[in-house]
Design a protein around this ligand. Structure first.
Ligand SMILES: NC(=O)c1ccc[n+]([C@@H]2O[C@H](COP(=O)([O-])OP(=O)(O)OC[C@H]3O[C@@H](n4cnc5c(N)ncnc54)[C@H](OP(=O)(O)O)[C@@H]3O)[C@@H](O)[C@H]2O)c1
Length: 213
């Protein structure tokens, strides 16, 4: 919801996906109410396949247990598109703690998405994993967090970064190949631990000292 809110605010046309069209339509209406602006006309709700069909850039934001069925359900509509994967394999989705990451056979969740979509020509970019929903939902404030992106296609990373940087305060940092998402996804578990330890809700991450490309 948080990512959608920020992109709607930025003037992007947003198609929210859900397993149920009416749930997605309700989410679109909720965003208008949340942003206190009835005149918003750039957010719509559809089933996941229909949303993926209409979108140029797809953003995957589901728990790891929902990754396989969700990704498989949009497989026919991702050809040559950019898919930004925010999935983090946290133990909370399998009855454990959100402060614990669990390992996947394929390396990272983003690599798993790429594997499920093999042969479609989709370009998977791992990103948005470290930006917490509290920061995104606080839509009158800038987000104090970098977005670490990784992927095997430079042009796709550029497209993803251009979109993500429409969220005020967010700077994208290109971390290299998609395999780097193995480390980046794990950082989310650390950030959740930090938030718990320091009794905060908006812990983020900033990378310093790099030259701007
Ligand atoms: N929340 C954060 O602060 C945050 C920050 C960074 C990364 N992430 C990562 O982003 C992903 C989404 O997080 P979230 O907090 O937005 O998750 P969420 O609210 O629990 O779930 C998002 C949507 O996924 C669908 N879903 C949930 N369980 C499902 C299932 N068993 N099968 C199929 N679809 C299911 C639901 O959509 P429908 O019912 O509408 O189909 C749900 O509204 C996770 O991988 C999380 O680790 C989250």
């Amino acid at each position: 919801m948080g990512v959608a809110i920020r992109l709607v605010q930025a003037g992007e046309e947003v198609f929210i996906g859900s397993r149920k069209a009416d749930k997605a339509e309700r989410a679109a209406e909720e965003i208008k109410l949340f942003l206190e602006d009835e005149n918003i006309d750039n957010v719509f709700g559809f089933t996941n396949p229909e949303a993926a069909k209409r979108a140029d850039i797809i953003i995957l934001t589901v728990p790891i247990v929902a990754q396989q069925p969700t990704v498989a359900s949009v497989k026919d509509y991702v050809k040559d598109k950019v898919l930004i994967d925010a999935t983090v394999p946290l133990e909370s989705t399998i009855g454990g703690k959100p402060t614990k990451y669990f390992s996947l056979w394929g390396g990272s969740a983003a690599e798993r998405t790429e594997d499920i979509l093999k042969g479609t020509g989709v370009k998977v970019v791992s990103g948005l994993n470290n930006i917490c929903s509290h920061s995104l939902m606080d839509f009158k404030e800038e987000v104090d967090c970098d977005c670490l992106i990784s992927g095997d296609d430079d042009e796709a990373k550029k497209i993803a970064a251009e979109l993500i940087e429409k969220i005020p305060g967010v700077v994208c940092v290109d971390c290299g190949l998609l395999e780097q998402s193995r480390t980046v996804e794990r950082l989310t578990a650390l950030l959740i631990s930090l938030n718990i330890k320091h009794k905060s809700r908006k812990g983020g991450i900033r990378i310093t000292g790099l030259k701007k490309n």
